[in-house]
Design a protein around this ligand. Structure first.
Ligand SMILES: Cc1ncc(C[n+]2csc(CCOP(=O)(O)OP(=O)(O)O)c2C)c(N)n1
Ligand SMILES: [Mg+2]
Length: 582
């Protein structure tokens, strides 16, 4: 029975009785709403079709996608942008599995999200008797997320949702799985008892204060530095303590390097940004303070040729997760706590007396930065045809300079690595990208949630391969009339479009796509605007028009198929056979 016919049936009952009952469907939504959750990203189907309908009927925003992975990515980045868990709603087994990549990616990136999946009958699943979409979803989700819960009784929905929310946002945020078996939704209970069973999570992400001795130790290490450096990670962007982070940099006078999604926390044009002198900064710094950044592969694990000689550099690390300390190298001064509290304490400590780093160091970084920027400048202005990446990105750099509050989504290989370096960001949490895993497929999910959550125009800069992972969501973008402008950097393939099948056979090379494809036509199929461009000027004009109008737009930017390099900037991670045939 649909929600509508159920409610008609309910109306027909004695009004007292009708008012006195609630059920699993209503309790799930009430439990979300009492905790301030207003949006659900998902794909409908058994057993959660009516849950989505009812959510919309009750005034929640329900964004229906074409594939759960994209809905999951949308939920994850909504969590990152709002610090409230993004909700992804899916059907059982296959829908659940489709959502799992996003859940695991959210956990890896410390984005708070909750994957809520309907599931089949427990009695049948556990006896493996072949139920519709049978799968032990809870067991499968567990190793891929921060916490996983199942609710069997309507009376436990309130507490189950509360546990999921607290697990997602407290401490280091991450993905949470909530398993809701089909039978739960139609369980009926007394309405008053139902209302009383709801739990509003008080102080879901409590402050965690660092120990004063840990703060003092960090200050002592910093004071002993001749060439200090601060690295800002996306944890520092997530916490929304932007003024404090800025004060830390400006009060200390210490140069900083932002990780990809921390770009814009301070404007990339800030005098203390050493982003354009990253290699020199990492290699030559003697003390490095990590703020919400992990020493993982993105920072070469804090050792090796990216860094100075082993043992010559000391690390200070601010992180809410104690086990992050010493993950790869010794941390001389671990500061465990939430970033806001840690930075506040550090600033207090600095007030007792602070000297800016030696000018020799800051001047050296400035000189390196100036040289690198000057070297890049002419490449960004080149008007070659077909366009190379630099020329196209020069146009997009100007777009973001003129529209600093626009959201930028970015994925691909060359398209990602070059855009990260070239496009300056000016405001916090405007750059959303492939994160810790370098995962392809976040594009349209992130773009949709960025538009829904912020109301700002979104520019999605996509490699043609990257776009393909979530491209069908252009229909979703058109359906919800979202102000999203997608630029597909079309170089006919993965890294380049020039590879040939070494056998001379009819199959295309493994990395090459259809030559001269017109991705813009995909957008036109659903009523959006499609544009094909071949020069930087045309590209700039088309993006400006899209951003001004807010009309869903896809710009097929024709890029020289020979322009890219294998794996973009991370070719060194790509194993190659030494036994290549001639
Ligand atoms: C889920 C996933 N599958 C595959 C990859 C491997 N991969 C890395 S970049 C990339 C696509 C690069 O091509 P494109 O997006 O066209 O960027 P280009 O370098 O051509 O600009 C792929 C498939 C990945 N990172 N993630
Ligand atoms: Mg490509």
């Amino acid at each position: 029975m649909s929600v509508i016919s159920q409610s008609i049936a309910a109306d027909a009952l004695e009004s007292e009785t009708a008012q006195a009952l609630t059920d699993g469907f209503h309790l799930v939504l009430d439990a979300l709403k009492v905790n301030g959750i207003k949006t659900i990203y998902g794909v409908p189907g058994i057993p959660i079709t009516d849950l989505g309908r009812l959510a919309q009927a009750e005034g929640m925003r329900v964004i229906s996608f074409r594939h759960e992975q994209n809905a999951g990515n949308a939920a994850a980045i909504a969590g990152y942008l709002t610090k409230s868990p993004g909700i992804c709603l899916t059907v059982s087994a296959p829908g659940f599995l489709n959502g799992l990549t996003a859940l695991a990616n959210a956990t890896t990136n410390c984005f708070p999200m909750i994957l809520i999946s309907g599931s089949s009958e427990r009695e049948i699943v556990d006896l493996q008797q072949g139920d519709y979409e049978e799968m032990d979803q809870l067991a499968i989700a567990k190793p891929l997320c921060k916490a996983a819960f199942r609710v069997l009784h309507a009376a436990d929905i309130g507490i189950g949702v509360a546990r999921a929310i607290r697990a997602a946002v407290s401490g280091r945020p991450g993905g949470v799985y909530l398993d809701l078996p089909a039978k739960l939704f139609s369980q009926v209970m007394d309405a008053d008892a139902g209302a009383a069973s709801l739990v509003k999570v008080i102080d879901p992400a409590p402050a965690q204060l660092p120990a004063p001795s840990a703060v003092q130790r960090a200050i002592d290490v910093l004071k002993g530095a001749k060439r200090p450096l601060i690295i800002l990670g996306k944890g520092a962007a997530y916490v929304q303590e932007d003024a404090l982070v800025r004060e830390l940099i400006e009060t200390s006078g210490i140069p900083y390097v932002p990780m990809s999604m921390a770009k814009g926390l301070l404007p990339d044009t800030h005098p203390l940004s050493a982003g354009a002198a990253r290699s020199t900064a990492l290699k030559e710094a003697d003390v490095v303070m990590l703020v919400g950044a992990r020493l993982n592969w993105l920072l070469s694990h804090g050792k090796g040729k990216t860094w100075g000689a082993a043992g010559s550099q000391r690390f200070i690390q601010i992180d809410i997760e104690p086990r992050e300390m010493d993950s790869n190298v010794e941390i001389a001064a671990p500061v465990v706590g939430d970033i806001g509290s840690c930075v506040t304490a550090l600033l207090q400590g600095m007030r007792a007396g602070w000297t800016a780093p030696p000018a020799e160091w800051t001047d050296r970084l400035q000189a390196r930065k100036d040289a690198n920027i000057a070297k890049m400048a002419p490449k960004l202005m080149s008007n070659t045809s077909p366009m190379n990446f630099h020329a196209a990105l020069g146009a997009l750099k100007a777009v973001i300079r003129e529209r600093p509050d626009a959201m930028l989504v970015n994925e691909g290989a060359n398209t990602l690595d070059l855009a990260r370096g070239i496009i300056d960001m000016y405001q916090p949490r405007k750059r959303l990208d492939v994160g810790t895993w370098g995962i392809m497929g976040i594009g349209m999910g992130f773009a949709i949630a960025a538009a829904v959550e912020t109301g700002k125009p979104v520019l999605a800069v996509e490699g043609d391969s990257a776009f393909g992972f979530s491209g069908m969501e252009v229909e979703t973008i058109c359906r919800y009339h979202l102000p999203v402008c997608i630029v597909v950097f079309n170089n006919d393939g993965i890294y380049r479009g020039t590879d040939v099948n070494p056998t001379g056979g009819a199959d295309a090379a493994t990395t090459a796509f259809v030559h001269g494809a017109r991705y813009d036509k995909m957008m036109e199929a659903f009523g959006g605007t499609g544009v094909n461009v071949t020069t930087p000027d045309e590209l700039k004009r088309a993006v400006d028009a899209a951003m001004d109008s807010g009309t869903p737009t896809l710009i097929n930017a024709v890029i020289d198929p020979a322009a890219g390099s294998e794996s973009g900037n991370i070719g060194s991670l790509n194993p190659q056979s030494v036994l290549k045939k001639k």
